[in-house]
Design a protein. Structure first.
Length: 273
């Protein structure tokens, strides 16, 4: 079986806002080649808030002035991606990219990080300035990986009589136009035997009006069943929904939305080891 080309970027933090990345290229017909770079980078809070708003809230409220704000976020995303590309593919790594550029559509790109480093660099924004397209959209596959995937995770030992708690999150971006959440959860629960149901405590994360955030849902049940699944306080809803109703939300800018397109202070520069 032909092995597709693989570009593996292994990230390690070596100091505050200082990163080391090993670039490895291997695959069928390619001798394994590596290069290493170090560079400072800090994903600024303003950029993180802008990106979160763009991905999670903008499409829900695309009315003016949000398209103008979104255009500013898109420009900032492109700038960060191009800066990261310049910091990564320098020196010997530039030669590796030259070999790979024409084969990117058949290449697997792997981003290898530990848990602590996973969000410090927005790798999905990495963009080749020559084509002005993110690598994540051109590569055959673009995936995240752990540095030691063969290691078995250490699982907590269950206590006798303590049910296994499960948080069920159902994506329904179209609201009432999507499949009802009970239709999704019921199929999962019906696949369990009565004995198995007693061993699980299922919480269903539901979107709730902001006035109820932080309050327990009425009628919470501790045993999971198709008609009596327990519900969880939607504390996380504040990160994906920011209004008591769609109608009221249209009258004001969603919470945490950038006020206007602007550059922020994410910084990246390149230096060879």
């Amino acid at each position: 079986m032909t092995r597709m080309p693989t570009l593996r970027l292994t990230q390690t933090d070596v100091g505050e806002d200082l990163h080391r990345v090993e670039i490895a290229l291997e695959g069928e017909g390619l001798a394994r080649q590596t290069a290493e770079v170090r560079f400072p980078f800090r994903f600024a809070d303003d950029d993180q808030r802008g990106l979160r708003w763009y991905l999670e809230e903008y499409l829900q409220y695309p009315q003016e002035p949000h398209p103008k704000i979104a255009a500013g976020v898109e420009q900032r995303m492109a700038a960060i991606g191009a800066e990261l590309f310049g910091a990564i593919f320098q020196g010997d790594a530039r030669d590796l990219w030259a070999m790979l550029r024409e084969r990117l559509e058949e290449t697997r790109v792997e981003i290898v990080t530990g848990v602590r480093e996973a969000t410090s660099i927005p790798w999905e924004l990495l963009r080749d300035p020559k084509t002005d397209v993110p690598l994540a959209l051109r590569a055959r596959s673009f995936v995240r990986a752990l540095p030691n995937p063969a290691e078995r995770p250490t699982l907590p030992k269950p206590r006798a009589g303590t049910p296994l708690r499960i948080l069920l999150v159902i994506c329904r971006p179209q609201g009432r136009d999507d499949v009802p959440f009970r239709s999704v959860s019921a199929r999962i629960l019906k696949s369990l035997t009565e004995e198995a149901r007693a061993a699980f405590d299922l919480d269903l994360l539901r979107r709730r009006p902001s006035r109820h955030w932080g309050k327990p849902c009425a009628g919470r049940k501790t045993k999971a069943s198709p008609t009596r699944s327990s519900t969880s306080t939607a504390m996380a809803a504040s990160s994906t929904w920011s209004g008591s109703s769609p109608g009221s939300a249209r009258k004001r800018r969603p919470r945490n939305a950038p006020s206007s397109p602007r550059s922020s202070s994410s910084t990246v520069s390149a230096s060879r080891p």
